[in-house]
Ligand binder design. Sequence first.
Ligand code: GLV
Length: 310
Amino acid sequence: MTGMRVLLPDLPEFRALSHHDEGGVPGVTFDHYTRTHVPDGPADGMVLWMTGPQIRARLLATPGLKWVLTLTAGIDHVQGALPPGVALFNASRLHDRAVAVHALSGMLAAARGLHRFRDAQGRRHWDAPALPGDSALTTLDGANVVLWGYGHIGRNLEELLAPHGAHVRGIRSATPTDERDELLRAADWVVLLLPSTPDTRGVVNADTLALLKPGAWLVNVGRGNLIVTDDLVTALRDGSLGGAVLDVTDPEPLPEGHPLWTQPNVILTPHIASTTTDLVTRGAHLTRDFLIDLQQGHEPDGRVTAGRTY
Ligand code: GLV
């Protein structure tokens, strides 16, 4: 394919794709959108990243669009808004490693009680007893870890967990409900790696939380709306859940005064599980490889097909 016009984010790493001598992509005309400006005229494709809903809606109304590459793993922000016939690609491979490392870090921090020692440090207290419902200090040796969603990130995390001696099991969309519930009953850790779809929203609710062993921990690096937040708060408060590592929440960001802010057995991060300092550079490289694949007539990685599962 030649003579493509492609819309890209207005970041220096993406502007460099126009410079052939800097490893750019010859034969493609680029235009750049900002948080407030969408270029006029038709385009063949666009790379969506770091856009808010309004600019995204305007971008997706671009005439002539054949494909959209979102440099995210999740696609919930695009799917409902994509014009018919436009091919959608995502970029899980850009995020696998960091998200898996983030989930593991949260688990290790929780197992070693770092959250409560850090809180005690703020109060200038030397010791920090275990919180009600939480276990004493542990390692992941022999722990049953259930990865709910077992795709790229799940396989990466499974590899990282292996040297820790954890027993890892995956739940996929094809896992029968009774088998899934059996896995949840045995879990010491449940890690949510699911996409947000109409089928997965609210899958962690009072009924699912009631299946978990007392003291089990929940890790969410998927999407906030996989969990019914009020049910989570109840399980955290009554001590039936050991705690939660949450990179995503519903609502997100949490409003002032939300009970999750002050829950001592919650480790919160602001949706940064996939962030690394070189993320934008890696995103631009992925974009270059993607465009070269298209130019050479190959289907790039990451095509999202209808009826997406996990
Ligand atoms: C981030 O949440 C992503 O989906 O990549």
